[in-house]
Design a protein around this ligand. Sequence first.
Ligand code: AMP
Ligand code: ZN
Length: 138
Amino acid sequence: MSDDCIFCKIIEGKIPCAKVYDAGGIFAFLDIAPVNKGHALVVPRAHHATLFDLSPDMGRELLTALKTVGQAVMQATGAAGLNVGMNNYEAAGQLVHHAHFHLVPRHAGDGLSLWTQHAYESTEEMQKLAKAIKAAIG
Ligand code: AMP
Ligand code: ZN
């Protein structure tokens, strides 16, 4: 629990929300400004800032929540697809510093475009970066 965290306050019931799921260490509610209607946020109860602060031990119940809520969002909204997204750090668009996953229901031709993609300068540049990432993994 962090005193100045809006998601901690929502989870504790101090700020109202449209709750859709509450099981074990995971809580979910509708995003107040949805990308598409039914856009839900799946949030570990404990206050951790980013993906990198979450324990791998949480993996099972987190994946269960993402699948359960995701399927229910699709069913209730009649969506044909679902995007799962997570912003980590401000440079990636994270506004609320309590780790959370966005579940965005998608409809054919809804016009949303998540990001634009680019080409590498060369295959060598791509391979060099893959090498650096593998080295960082260790
Ligand atoms: P992010 O940019 O990944 O940190 O996303 C934070 C999300 O929280 C945004 O999509 C907001 O619309 C949403 N949000 C902020 N305050 C509330 C609230 N009181 N209830 C529901 N969703 C909220
Ligand atoms: Zn919090």
